[in-house]
Design a protein around this ligand. Sequence first.
Ligand code: F6R
Length: 611
Amino acid sequence: MCGIVGAAARQDVTSALLEGLKRLEYRGYDSAGIAVLNDHGLQRLRCNGKVAELVQETESTGLSGQVGIAHTRWATHGAPSDRNAHPHVAGMDGRIAVVHNGIIENHAALRKQQQDRGIAHDSDTDSEILACQIAGHLSAQNGLLDAVRAAVDEVEGSFAFGVIDREDPERIIGARRGSPLVVGHGDSGYYLASDPLALAEVSSQYCLLQNGDIVMISEGEAVVWNGSETVVREWREFQGTEVQSGLGDYEHHMQKEIFEQPDAVAQTLEGRIETGRVDDGILGPDAGTVLDATRAVQIAACGTSYHAALVARHWLERHAGIHCQVEIASEFRYRQHAQDPGTLFIAISQSGETADTLAALEMANQDPNYHATLAICNVAHSSMVQESDLTLLTHAGPEIGVASTKAFVTQLTALMLVVILLGRRRTLAPEAESDLVAQLANLPTRIGRVLELDAGIAALSKQFANRHHALFLGRGSHYPIAMEGALKLKEISYIHAEAYAAGELKHGPLALVDEDMPVVAVAPNNRLLEKLKSNLEEVRARGGRLYVFADRRSGFQSDDLMTVFELDAPENAVAPILFTVPLQLLAYHCAKIKETDIDQPRNLAKSVTVE
Ligand code: F6R
């Protein structure tokens, strides 16, 4: 993953670089570094830890320069440490410095070749190998641009990188293949970054580089090449959503994002539903023919987005009468498929950059049995949006907290729109469509009411936070919600949590139940309620402690062994969205009590651009 920033400006660029890094910490945060060109040549600072530590160090050393690059890392090759932190230097007396995002797959072979040429390496990273490969092509005839051109032909794998050269102190060269890279333009100069978000403070416009692009930026211009030709990439104006990333009155981004969910869902729906109907054009002008011809749906996604896909499978089969398969993208991409013709492939992703989901999408694009691909995604300029035939943006706004919250509920909202579009062509009657649309339209208000449970869930979390394990139970379309609740709890509070379809409990996991194993259940008032109640009795009979999030019509009563939290979730179809919210709050409050790093949990990163 990793985030990179570069700046060439008429003034000192260190604060722009560090601000950019802070905004990119969602991509990784185990070490950070910066390198600038100034009257002393090339100066570099690196530290094992977060960007805040690098900021302190930069301030205390008074580092400055008008051209520089910076990096925040998520370790792949080499443990988090000072020596593995970027920028990596290479060449005579550390002539060049490189920041890199991606994976150089042939790093071992290149390392060996470099060692045979007498090069000693300072780190365990594949990125240093890239730096040495570039430096190896510098000569009296070959400047930095030529050296980069030669090196990118030799490296295999994915990359976005920026490189500066002490002997060419006004320029940065960048290149991308697979990993994202954008160029920003502001009053003071030109910038590079992994995500426009990093440049929103200093740039008024940005453009997205394409695979194979090499860019040269200086204070006064940006030139892009693809192969030997110069190319012009479209400049876009920054929108409000790319700029806002502050915390406001909230303590954590995750908390802010949980509370933004009513607005986020309203934005997902805006302009897409009208007078009881979903607008047929929301997937683009050509989508009608694709939807008419769709015979089945295959969804691939990872993590939380995979849980959204699992809910959608229930919805597609129930409301649209269409066969749907769901698979974790990292499994899907390495499997032989026997797919029926006429299948619509859907990739779900907050970032639109998750390597496994992107690879699954690329596979589907090559397979004629998938007659079209659709990306449900939160980031308009992402690789998945660019690679898919059709797109439905979730419009959740930037999600900074590593644990996904508002992205999930907006994915579900967007998926329900797709269910309705497909259903209308098959089994969904107009009255049933207007009922589903009314449920969607009510969602922002209903989520707002569920959020009122916050204080109660904060109190409940006090009993929960000292546990080491928890089981989450659900049935039907709420089983994926139990999975999502367990994932949220484990990733931010580090409490081990597993989800089971409640009917599966007695086939093994019931053996785990005792007074030390809290069991969380999601209990909507639907046709599976009585079945769920029987499953919960099985837990109670073994002394298990139950925490039940139930619709207020479900008839649960709190007692010694059961704490009931009532929600108002009368509308069955969208109930999974409503039941998600208390589980997010439970995870959030447990993590807060445990004083974990809620927005940046250990070992994780927001955008998983490596497989
Ligand atoms: C969990 C979480 C991850 C992501 C997963 C996929 O809270 O955020 O499980 O859902 O890494 O990311 P996207 O949706 O960006 O493809």
